[in-house]
Design a protein around this ligand. Structure first.
Ligand SMILES: NC(=O)c1ccc[n+]([C@@H]2O[C@H](COP(=O)([O-])OP(=O)(O)OC[C@H]3O[C@@H](n4cnc5c(N)ncnc54)[C@H](OP(=O)(O)O)[C@@H]3O)[C@@H](O)[C@H]2O)c1
Length: 232
């Protein structure tokens, strides 16, 4: 093997495709998380298409203009159709219905940032059984897709500006497809955030529980705290 070939191969190994590839990303939902991640991904060179129940309203038009890099908006289903990656930035208790209405998601990476919790008697509780997770619910609703839990542990403000964390900040990833997790890790690392693979889709149950641990202290007399898993 020539030295030149060895050099080229070493570049491929050291710089795997996902971090540098440009993707078409369907951002389903134009709320706090969708409006935060859309412009961030566009700034990385990806093409963002927002999936909205009302893509023609002024707020969505402004978001599309602010996002740039060829961004657009469409219905949720139309946005997902040609996307490589679909982000479900939607109300956490609607993920099953919304996923089922997105059409064929076979082969697509689906990013699940949702936290399935609900307020019960002034206290936040898990809104689904402990023997499942939203990630698993989404995976079952779209069996051919490649679901990755990501972003559920940081605020939309930190997604836009990771320095708000005051130090290294990380995002745990859970999902059954290793290549999909590597692609999502590439997007996250390009944001200046550490990605930490914490396991399979079922491990998302524990990722989802982290916010519950945090939020009930945040809104009580007990001490508020932040948490950022840190790679050793
Ligand atoms: N806020 C955070 O800092 C944060 C951080 C990490 C994770 N999360 C999680 O990320 C997800 C999104 O959070 P968010 O704060 O962005 O929520 P949000 O501001 O309420 O936005 C959710 C978006 O989903 C769409 N939507 C609302 N109702 C819908 C319905 N009935 N059917 C279909 N689409 C609907 C809407 O977009 P259109 O009006 O354009 O359709 C809406 O703007 C949640 O599951 C949350 O747990 C939030």
């Amino acid at each position: 093997m020539s030295l030149r070939l060895v050099f080229i191969l070493s570049l491929v190994v050291l710089h795997p495709g996902p971090a540098t590839a440009e993707y078409r990303i369907a951002m389903i939902g134009t709320g706090d998380v969708g409006s935060a991640l859309g412009p961030v991904f566009a700034a990385q060179g990806h093409t963002v298409v927002y999936g909205s129940r009302n893509p023609d309203r002024d707020k969505v038009r402004e978001l599309v203009a602010r996002t740039g890099n060829g961004a657009s908006a469409a219905s949720q289903r139309d946005a997902a159709r040609d996307a490589d990656i679909v982000v479900l930035a939607v109300p956490p208790l609607l993920v099953e219905d919304i996923t089922s209405n997105l059409g064929d998601l076979d082969g697509k990476i689906v990013i699940d940032p949702t936290n399935p919790m609900t307020l019960v008697d002034g206290r936040f509780e898990r809104a689904i059984d402990f023997d499942t997770s939203n990630t698993e619910i989404i995976q079952q609703a779209a069996p051919g897709s490649r679901v990755v839990k990501a972003f559920s542990t940081i605020s939309w403000q930190t997604m836009v500006d990771p320095s708000l964390a005051g130090g290294p900040v990380s995002v745990p990833l859970a999902g059954d497809d290793a290549a999909a997790k590597a692609t999502v890790a590439g997007l996250i690392e390009a944001m200046g955030i550490e990605a930490i693979d914490v396991g399979e889709a079922r491990d998302a149950r524990y990722v989802e529980a982290l916010l519950l641990l945090w939020i009930n202290n945040r809104f009580s007399d007990r001490p508020a705290f932040d948490y950022h898993l840190r790679r050793l």
